[in-house]
Structures are given as structure tokens and as C-alpha cells.
Ligand binder design. Structure first.
Ligand code: COI
Length: 365
């Protein structure tokens, strides 16, 4: 596929002042403040992609009959822009996000956007909102990028929409979990599944996240931060959290993660960690993992560390797994086990340009 879009820029007449922006950047939290601009583009059946724009951040005007509001025909991505020490701004493996969005679009019967247009939209936004990328050395701070696509046609019949909107917004971000490296406790959901065989679990679509929320609430009621979902048909195999993949470090030096079965999201951070594992002396192992292997593995000392990963959360140590009537011990200590911290640092060093990017993972924006 080739590029179809050019992005014309209309600058905001009321951007945030430098002082206000610096105040936000001093403590951005996650996902609650947005930059001055956004990208939009439209696809119409028969015409393809057109009307690429960088324009002031603000409400999108859509009809109350827009299909997305009724049938959830929507996909999204999560990426980050990182400032390097020399002031340049980079992103991590955008080709992977573009390819995954294309796969998600196919699953949700949305039009595919080419990698060139996907990355072109991100570059166009970051160019205008450069000042929003946090300074180098400000901890784990970045500009979180959220490309998304939805059915904007006003039509209540159930069929793929004839008009679709692509957009990119950006939000300065600190750590996803406010405790930083403080381990998160996880709730094992037995009542709810996130996705099922043949469903949309491998696509990054809003519906998967909506379906995780009831389990998430149940977890919060039990003092947990996130929820672990099992395979929906047998309730035996570990799948993923609501929005993150899971990893296990074993005593015999393996780095295990659930194999992609069609109902698990193929995280870009997940794939990158699997590629980095041998550099850290670990053997990557993608296989089906029974929930009993987790509980018994922690008890016997076979599993020495557990962590969750994702673009937003990077690498987050997992403490206890809790369920109705029991819990595992925590393998995480105060700030995560040794491998969890080393893997996290190895990733961050590449992303912030501290370590040489030997795999060509970084793209300059
Ligand atoms: C990301 O990690 O970028 C996601 O989209 C997951 C969400 C929990 C923020």
C-alpha cells in the first residue's frame, strides 16, 4: 500500500502558554491532559483516504447515529515519543503499530491505513506539538500517542461503515502506575473472560477493553490493581491482563509468556522483550501456561519473577496473584526482581537513546 494522505496544518489560535505547559509536564500523570493539536483524516467508500489535517485539539463532531456509538466498530494503538539527550524526538517500532492496526482494521472490517499514512500522521502531529515532548532525563516521561479509527457514518444498519475517521491525539505521560516500580497485585477473574476463540481478542479494539472492566472492578474490590484473564473455553490457560501482557522468569533461566492463541493481543513491548531476552541470559519461551503452573511455580520457587508489560506500563513488577479464597506469595520484593528491572532498563535505554539501537527499532519523528 502506498501513501494516500497529505496533512495540512491549521495551528491553534489559543495554544497552552509555555508556563502552563511546563506546569503540566512537571506532573502529567497518565492520559488526562492533551496537546494543542490533533490529526484527523476521513475515508469514504469509493474514494479512499482524504482530508488529512493537523488541527487544534477539540471535540469531534459526529452524529449520534454514528455506527461506532452503537456497534463499536473501532480500533486504536498506543505509542510513545521520547526525547533524547541531544533534543531529538523518536518513537519505538512504529512499523509494528502500523501493522497491528492494519490487522485490527481487517478484523473490525475497517479500511486499512498504509504504514506511510499511519507514521505520516504521527510525524505531522509531533512536528507541531514538539514542545509537549518531555525533556530528556525527566524520569519515565514521554508523549503518549493514541492513533485511533472509528466508524463515523451516521447509519443504524449493521454493516461496515461507508465513512470512517482516523485520528491521532497526544498526551504527556508519566508512569502508568503511579507507584512506579511498586509491584501491582493482580486479581484472577473466574467470572469474566476478556475474549474468546474466534473473537476480537487479538485486535486492539475498544470492545476488548470494555469487556475487561467488570473484572477490573472486581479486582479493585479485592484490593488489586489489575485483573488476569484465562482462556474463555477451559478457564485453564493464562491469557493476559486487561491491557497488558504477562511474563514469568523461571529458576532455570526461561522467560515465559503465553503463546498467541488468537485471543491475546500481540504487544509490541511483548515482542521486543522476547527479542531482548537472550541478551540478558534468558531463553524466551512462548507456550500455553496453565494457571496452576503460576500458583504452584511461585510456591515451589520454580517461578522467580512475574511482570506485566505494555507501551503505557513499560515493565511493571507483579506482586501477589489473588483469587476468591487464596493468593500466591509475592516474588517482586519492593521494586521488582532483578530480571524485571534489567529488562525494563534495557528497553528504556533503547527508547531514550542511552543504549545503541542495534536492531533499528527507533524512528526519528
Ligand atoms: C498501551 O499500553 O499503550 C495501551 O494501549 C494499554 C492501555 C492500558 C493504556
Amino acid at each position: 500500500m502506498t501513501a494516500e494522505l497529505t496533512f495540512t496544518t491549521t495551528r491553534s489560535e489559543a495554544p497552552m502558554s509555555a508556563a502552563e505547559r511546563e506546569a503540566v509536564l512537571a506532573n502529567p500523570g497518565f492520559g488526562s491532559t492533551f496537546t494543542d493539536h490533533m490529526v484527523t483524516a476521513t475515508w469514504t467508500k469509493g474514494e479512499g483516504w482524504h482530508t488529512g489535517e493537523v488541527r487544534p485539539f477539540g471535540p469531534l463532531q459526529i452524529s449520534p447515529a454514528a455506527s461506532v456509538l452503537h456497534y463499536a466498530q473501532e480500533v486504536f494503538e498506543g505509542m510513545k515519543a521520547y526525547r533524547h539527550e541531544d533534543g531529538t524526538v523518536w518513537t519505538f517500532r512504529p512499523d509494528r503499530n502500523a501493522a497491528r492496526m492494519a490487522r485490527s482494521c481487517e478484523r473490525l472490517a475497517l479500511p486499512v491505513l498504509s504504514e506511510e499514512d499511519f507514521i505520516g500522521g504521527i510525524k505531522a502531529l509531533v512536528e507541531v506539538d514538539q514542545a509537549w515532548v518531555p525533556a530528556y532525563g525527566s524520569g519515565e516521561m514521554s508523549l503518549y500517542l493514541r492513533p485511533f479509527m472509528f466508524a463515523s457514518e451516521a447509519f443504524l444498519g449493521v454493516r461496515p461503515a461507508n465513512e470512517v475517521t482516523f485520528s491521532v491525539i497526544a498526551s504527556p505521560a508519566g508512569a502508568y502506575f503511579p507507584g512506579g516500580l511498586k509491584p501491582v497485585n493482580l486479581w484472577l477473574s473466574r467470572d469474566y473472560a476478556r475474549a474468546g476463540a474466534g473473537g476480537t481478542g487479538a485486535a486492539k479494539c475498544g470492545g476488548n477493553y470494555a469487556s475487561s472492566l467488570a473484572g477490573q472492578l472486581e479486582g479493585i474490590e479485592h484490593g488489586c490493581d489489575q485483573v488476569v484473564f484465562l482462556d474463555s473455553s477451559t478457564q485453564t490457560y493464562i491469557e493476559e491482563l486487561g491491557g497488558m501482557n504477562l511474563f514469568f522468569v523461571t529458576k532455570d533461566g526461561r522467560l515465559r509468556t503465553p503463546a498467541l492463541t488468537g485471543s491475546i493481543l500481540e504487544g509490541v513491548t511483548r515482542s521486543s522483550i522476547l527479542e531482548l531476552a537472550p541478551d540478558l541470559g534468558l531463553t524466551p519461551d512462548e507456550s500455553r501456561i496453565e494457571i496452576d503452573e503460576w500458583t504452584q511455580g511461585v510456591a515451589s520457587g520454580e517461578i522467580t519473577e512475574v511482570f506485566a508489560c505494555g507501551t503505557a506500563a513499560v515493565v511493571t513488577p507483579v506482586g501477589e496473584l489473588r483469587w476468591d479464597g487464596g493468593s500466591t506469595a509475592s516474588t517482586a520484593g519492593e521494586g521488582g526482581g532483578e530480571y524485571t528491572r534489567r529488562i525494563r532498563q534495557a528497553l528504556l535505554d533503547i527508547q531514550y537513546g542511552v543504549a545503541e539501537d542495534t536492531r533499528g527499532w527507533m524512528t526519528r519523528l
